[in-house]
Design a protein around this ligand. Sequence first.
Ligand SMILES: Nc1ncnc2c1ncn2[C@@H]1O[C@H](COP(=O)(O)OP(=O)(O)OP(=O)(O)O)[C@@H](O)[C@H]1O
Length: 277
Amino acid sequence: MTALLQVDHVGRSFSGGLFSRRRTRAVADVDFTLSAEQPEVFAVIGESGSGKTTLARMVLAMTAPSEGAIRFQGRDLREIRSRRDRLDFMRHVQPIFQNPFEAFNPLKRVDRYLYAAAARFRGAATRVAAEAMADEALHQVGLSLAEVKGRFPHELSGGQLQRTAIARALIPRPALIVADEPVSMIDASLRMTVTNLFRTLRDELRVSIIYITHDLATAYYVSDRVIVMRQGEVVESGAAEQVLTVPRHPYSKLLKDSVLSIDGAWAGDALRSHAIP
Ligand SMILES: Nc1ncnc2c1ncn2[C@@H]1O[C@H](COP(=O)(O)OP(=O)(O)OP(=O)(O)O)[C@@H](O)[C@H]1O
């Protein structure tokens, strides 16, 4: 197997501050590989404080590991030093953040972000070229340039705005998208539309997606593989179906039971039977 991403026994500790001796071990010994040949939706599940965001930041080369190494297409992320290295890396690995209303400046029209990405990552030299790239990316997420052109963020719904953020991430034609809690700030009714997109992108554009979430139900429905994190460590990993329907670790069982007690039924089944094709 040729690896797209190798997360090789990675850990990250933080010191408690200038006068504190306490160190927080945010991530400890996380180890997984994504294949370059077979794109997948890979979910990282865990409660608040389990280390998910720290892991995402390390994969995005925004935080350096204190132990282990991360390689993307065989290249150690520590080798990213210059602006040019970073731009090249971002061409292949794109982030999607939690709150689309924070990702876009409220005073800036959203289409401008798409043109900027087209110019920066794909060398679009004219407005016409940039508009064509923006329109193509928007179609990949079920929107069109006509729907978002000239609009400010508050003129779009949370779901439309998050899909626009995904379109922006697609413009460079990345091989990997790291989506950190991408649906936690949008209406429950729109969550499946956005998460379902991940499968479409995997199949049609062959993009791999690291889907970071505390939401077991959407993870179960859209992911191929999952890891469950607790206090920085991976406590369970495997095929989504296996881990989320028959959890082995007490913590994963507890997580599943908490979904059960909220919804009255295992939300994975409920979602599956109401799956949007
Ligand atoms: N820059 C930092 N400095 C000090 N401690 C940090 C830093 N970043 C994260 N931590 C600590 O590391 C642990 C893991 O945090 P992290 O944000 O990765 O978890 P998370 O699972 O993403 O949580 P959430 O869902 O709330 O974002 C927490 O105890 C957090 O306080």
